[in-house]
Design a protein. Structure first.
Length: 225
């Protein structure tokens, strides 16, 4: 007699990105969410941009430290993203995993587009090429949800003041981050279904409750410890 083994039904992959200006305080909450999903038996891929693969981490080193013009900067961000998508994000989603990605394309739009003033239409074209996926509604792979830590640039600057040695971005003046913050706001307004805005100028526990609520209210990780 042949015994049929029933394979466990695979859950669909889930792609969540985390955004905000430097100093907005994403890291603790990304690890908290990873624990929440793991507590539900999900496999979690924790990753970041720029980075997440050997090649993309090399590009990260360059883009965060070496002087370059805004076009080179934008192209390197997308080159890193392409490798990351192909090597890590897409395979993990196909395996039904939860991908938690510290920054994604909204960061390019906010930093290179609004911050540096680089042409948004060119960036949108690069997004279409790099993230092309005909099986998806918008023809591109993008996060199912983006958790945006919204913080006043002046507060963020204060938080960063005593932190580590600043990289090329962290060293930029307050006016740059004002623009970046506007970029995030514009992206959130253009895709309200995808964005969850978290007011980040609150005690850590209150921010965490808001993050957790954003995920649970979409029916993900509900009822976990
Ligand atoms: P992190 O410090 O949050 O890891 O992010 C690295 C820096 O890179 C941060 O200052 C934002 C910047 N960045 C861009 O300018 N464009 C991008 O597309 C990404 C992903 C990050």
């Amino acid at each position: 007699m042949t015994v049929m083994m029933e394979s466990p039904q695979q859950q669909p992959g889930l792609f969540i990105s985390f955004e905000g200006i430097d100093g907005a305080g994403k890291s603790t909450h990304i690890s908290g969410l990873a624990d929440l999903f793991r507590g539900q038996g999900r496999v979690v891929t924790l990753t970041r941009e720029p980075g997440g693969t050997e090649l993309a981490e090399k590009l990260r080193e360059m883009v965060l430290n070496d002087p370059m013009d805004p076009l080179s900067e934008a192209l390197l961000m997308f080159a890193a993203r392409r490798d990351h998508l192909q090597q890590v994000i897409q395979p993990a989603l196909e395996r039904g995993e939860v991908v938690l990605c510290d920054r994604f394309t909204d960061a390019t739009m906010a930093y290179q587009g609004y911050g540096r003033g680089f042409d948004l239409k060119v960036l949108a074209q690069l997004e279409q090429w790099v993230q092309a996926d005909v099986s998806r509604p918008r023809g591109i792979i993008e996060p199912d949800m983006t958790i945006w830590f919204d913080l006043d640039p002046a507060v963020a600057a204060q938080r960063l003041a005593d932190a580590r040695i600043p990289d090329r971005f962290e060293a930029l003046p307050a006016a740059f981050f004002e623009q970046v913050a506007k970029g995030y706001e514009a992206r959130a307004n253009a895709a309200p279904h995808r964005f969850a805005r978290i007011p980040a100028d609150q005690p850590l526990q209150a921010v965490w409750m808001a993050v957790r609520h954003a995920v649970e209210s979409r029916g993900w990780a509900r009822g976990a410890a």
